[in-house]
Design a binder for this molecule. Sequence first.
Ligand code: NAP
Length: 257
Amino acid sequence: MAGILAGKKALIFGVANERSIAWAVARELHAHGAELAFTYAGEVLEKRVRPLAEGIGSSLVLPCDVTRDDEIESVFEEVGREWGGLDILVHAIAFANKEDLAQPYVETGRAGFHTALDISAYSLVVLTRHAARLMKGRDGAVVTLTYMGSEKVVPNYNVMGVAKAALEASVRYLAYDLGADGIRVNAISAGPVKTLAAAGIAGFRDMLRLAGERAPLKRNVDAAEIGRTAVYLVSELGSGVTGETLHVDAGYNVMGM
Ligand code: NAP
């Protein structure tokens, strides 16, 4: 299947380090032939992201905090200048204040709620709007990362579960808006993976252990499996799929007891 993404240009948001799900997605897209560009959210991260990107032949590495409209505009201007268009957008970004991922959900304050929804859900809308302009006539594809805490109560996931519900609904509305332009928008609902963001959730170790014990496959997923699902969704293999949230969680979500 090597080369199924040959000639495709992909812009990746959300690499913090080599454990990031976005990095696993990037490696798989690259392995299947895509050319990649990356964004990073601060100077500290640039030091981690740039060497990773260069290691797989990418020199287009741009700053972008998704709460900053000016930075978002600059990224897409630069990508348009360098590539003249875009085929794939990977959105693997989420953030909530640490206390909102530990105290009861009922205690969530207005500012924390806005922050989580802005960074974790609205960012998909604004990035997709910009990406769509560069995807005209190119069968574009957008993929984002979500988690089952949007559908069911997962203790401590709290405001992030609410943000992920908004993210998944956004996937459906964006799919509808952009379908006529041949642009597909999908989400991968991943099982727990040990990353920087995951470390911020109180009790994450227990989540990992329980999911591994109870999932039909009797294990957790690894990030490469999520990456390969992304290849399916953004390539011609997934050409009939849009507005979908696809679980890649060793089957955990199908269990009732
Ligand atoms: P990660 O490596 O920590 O990635 C999260 C990324 O979001 C980081 O690159 C982070 O940058 C970025 N981000 C946060 N605020 C940002 C902002 N204002 N502007 C731009 N970027 C910002 O963790 P991950 O687990 O791979 O997370 C990737 C996605 O997968 C998230 O949407 C997450 O919810 C989802 N997911 C994760 C799991 C899991 O178990 N790990 C399961 C299902 C879904 P900074 O480090 O600079 O904040």
